[in-house]
Design a protein. Structure first.
Length: 66
């Protein structure tokens, strides 16, 4: 029974920390755009991958123009 004197305040403190973290995450914009990253992963990138470095010149090769 005496353990309740420790567990009840700890439970209230833990609940307070969880509520504070939830409110902080809402105010900082963590939940602003929930669908954007899911759609962004499906879109193709139009950028070309970087060209490998040319070992003879010591620099990167420029991609050919189409």
């Amino acid at each position: 029974m005496e353990i309740l004197y420790l567990l009840v305040p700890l439970a209230v403190l833990l609940a307070g920390v969880i509520v504070w973290a939830f409110l902080w995450s809402i105010r900082s914009g963590q939940f602003d755009d929930l669908e954007g990253p899911a759609h962004r992963i499906l879109m193709d990138d139009d950028d070309r991958p970087p060209a490998p470095a040319d070992p003879k010149s010591g620099g990167e090769k420029s991609p050919p123009d189409d």
